[in-house]
Design a protein around this ligand. Structure first.
Ligand code: F6P
Length: 319
């Protein structure tokens, strides 16, 4: 192909810029025209499409978020919206598309692909690490480190006061962020949607351990497992132990990307650009066991990634 476009969609994630940069620079290296679609699928519908050069992506690799902007578009959920978007792409002479985003964005890509018209390649860009077929998603490493930093800080204050601190973390329906940060942060309990838990039992154990001399407890709650504020209230009431809740929120999405996110996003960006330029379609590039893999786009969006039960077991052993 001689002209491709790139967009970021859904929740931003640290490393999206590194991936976009790699797509743009690979295309430029190959002598292929490259366009940036601003503000996700909504920008595709509204024709916010501009040509990018190597220079356009200077000074972005270290920045969190996405300089292209992103959005969650209701209009793109309709076939009329998708048709309009495709027409806009064609009006610029765009022949192929790289989509960087999470599960919902890749689903959007699969629906666009069903209209035919151009090759589509996806890259998994989300802090949630919930894209099927890849054990890595762009931004998850930075986010988990941001959460870990928060857990370390909350430990200081929790131990000073002999408090229980409940930390609610993002992840949508996935417990990956909670599990990884909880294990690395030495949390006593990690509540995830993938594993059943008994709050009464947890409260009994907490009471016993405080009677036994425990100074404080850290409990990480994945947003998909329940509302942190509600769970904190219940724990406080049932144990009688001073309990505080911290909902980390969007702070988890920001920040300069880690080495892993910059490197892997760069590797995946190059692969995606080369693939789409050569006419490959309906694949998502990711990593498995440290190696780049290509996953069928439809398989990826039609399957649900599960949390490794070994991690759930390990968390219980180490608590
Ligand atoms: O998918 C990324 C994510 O940050 C989820 O972890 C979270 O549930 C959601 O996006 C929040 O979405 P929004 O930024 O639209 O509030």
């Amino acid at each position: 192909l001689k002209s491709i476009a790139v967009l970021t969609s859904g929740g931003d994630s640290p490393g999206m810029n590194a991936a976009t940069r790699a797509v743009v620079r690979t295309a430029a290296f190959e002598g292929v025209k490259v366009w940036g679609i601003y503000n996700g699928y909504q920008g595709m519908i509204d024709d916010e499409i501009h040509e990018l050069t190597s220079r356009s992506v200077s000074d972005v690799i270290q920045r969190g978020g996405t300089f292209l902007g992103t959005a969650r578009s209701d209009e793109f959920r309709t076939e009329a919206g998708r048709k309009k978007a495709l027409e806009n792409l064609k009006s610029h002479g765009i022949e192929g598309l790289v989509i960087i985003g999470g599960d919902g964005s890749l689903t959007g890509g699969s629906l666009l692909s069903k209209l035919g018209g151009m090759p589509i390649v996806g890259l998994p860009g989300t802090i949630d690490n919930d894209v099927w077929g890849t054990d890595y998603t762009i931004g998850a490493d930075t986010a988990v480190n941001t959460i870990l930093d928060a857990i370390n800080k909350l430990r200081d204050t929790a131990s000073s006061h002999r408090r229980i601190i409940v930390i609610e973390v993002m992840g949508r329906k996935s417990g990956w962020l909670a599990m990884m940060s909880g294990i690395a942060g030495g949390a006593e309990y990690i509540l995830v949607p993938e594993a059943k838990f008994d709050l009464d039992q947890i409260c009994r154990e907490l009471k016993e351990s405080y009677t036994d001399g425990r100074r404080y407890s850290i409990i990480v709650v994945a947003e998909g497992a329940g509302n942190g504020i509600e769970i904190g209230k219940q724990i406080g009431a049932k144990t009688g132990i001073d309990t505080r809740v911290s909902v980390l929120g969007h702070i988890q999405r920001g920040g300069s990307p880690s080495v892993e996110d910059r490197l892997k996003a760069s590797i995946l960006g190059e692969r995606a650009a080369l693939a789409v330029i050569s006419g490959v379609s309906n694949v998502v590039f990711g990593f498995n066991s440290g190696k780049v893999v290509s996953i069928d786009l439809f398989d990826s969006v039609n399957n649900t990634k599960t949390l490794d039960p070994e991690l759930v077991r390990l968390a219980r052993v180490l608590a």
